[in-house]
Ligand binder design. Sequence first.
Ligand SMILES: Cc1cc2nc3c(=O)[nH]c(=O)nc-3n(C[C@H](O)[C@H](O)[C@H](O)COP(=O)(O)OP(=O)(O)OC[C@H]3O[C@@H](n4cnc5c(N)ncnc54)[C@H](O)[C@@H]3O)c2cc1C
Length: 371
Amino acid sequence: MATEADVAVIGAGVVGLAVARALAQAGREVFLLESERFVGFHTSSRNSEVIHAGLYYPPGSLKARLCVEGRHALYAYCEAKGVPHARLGKVLVATAAEEVPALERIARTAAANGVEDLRWLSAAEVAELEPELACVRGLLSPSSGIVDSHAFMSALRADAEDAGAHVLLATPVLSGRVVAGGLALALGGDEPAQVHFRTVVNAAGPWAQTVARRLEGLPADSIPPQHFAKGHYFTLSGKSPFRRLVYPAPVPGGLGTHVTLDLSGRAKFGPDVAWVDGVDYAFDEGRAESFYASIRRYWPGLKDGQLEPGYTGIRPKLSSEGQPAADFVVQGPDVHGVPGLVNLYGIESPGLTAALALAGEVVGLTAQAVA
Ligand SMILES: Cc1cc2nc3c(=O)[nH]c(=O)nc-3n(C[C@H](O)[C@H](O)[C@H](O)COP(=O)(O)OP(=O)(O)OC[C@H]3O[C@@H](n4cnc5c(N)ncnc54)[C@H](O)[C@@H]3O)c2cc1C
């Protein structure tokens, strides 16, 4: 490639793809740089594929705003592009009276976030919708759903390429340097190169801090801490007893061992929360016991032997175990002082739902001057 170019987007997960699409459609010449041989190989393929309504995130946070905006944009995009998805609805359950206040807090947060379609359900109403569920009360979120994340990413990539973006796979960004009028990046792979980009968007997911630390001239104190929380999923052998998503009251670090369905109707359970030191997808089958126990609280009909090891995903966290959950960080030149650079940190859930809205946010920041 040439030694000078307009925009580099680092990382072709769902966020990098959405950003590349938005910038290419805005008329920029975009190079999407991905170290793997496939797009969406990491966090974007290892999640629940849930379209979140926006129930959990503190009002006023980026997560709250971008989840609600992103959800509307995602449903519209899926409909326009024929991306498989389903507005299944979600039932949140309190399995004991002590858990009802947690659902009440969620209902208040959701209302403050502009989610106005939640409906309280008595135990009898829950039983009518989902006869296998055991609970004392429920909350129905009709606008929660699921999406085929791979089809979504393929559609984003096609849009980006149609608008002229270049997707360079097996092209890791090794390091970079702030220079006059942009950043010079060292690219690895089969054809190593040094390229001067006017604009760089760091959408490297769990490696966003690693990439940022290799950018000479970016103030180190602008880079937030990097933590990782693994989530395991077990799949259910046999037919799903549920037609909707089912979520228990949230637990610290995650949303509880919930039930999600894929578009073929197959059920999976998870993710749990295991704090780890880095990106390592090893599956700990020893976790089955705690899954059986937590699932049976709301689905007593689960039989021994019905859970099969599924897969794991790694949440890129900015807060560590025991600390309150951090917000997404979308950092432009006004914060770190480097013109033309946008860093995205801590893009854990609901990053898939929020991807299109995050891309809009990034487009705004790429035009930002240093404060
Ligand atoms: C267990 C789990 C469950 C989740 N469930 C949901 C859900 O149900 N709904 C929802 O909305 N969100 C969910 N999320 C969140 C969602 O999956 C993420 O927010 C989203 O996938 C983040 O996408 P990304 O593009 O930022 O990261 P990634 O998909 O990880 O992409 C980053 C890319 O950067 C590349 N890269 C890294 N370093 C370099 C480099 N030096 N050079 C070039 N490329 C590089 C990587 O190879 C990777 O492809 C979940 C996340 C997890 C972990």
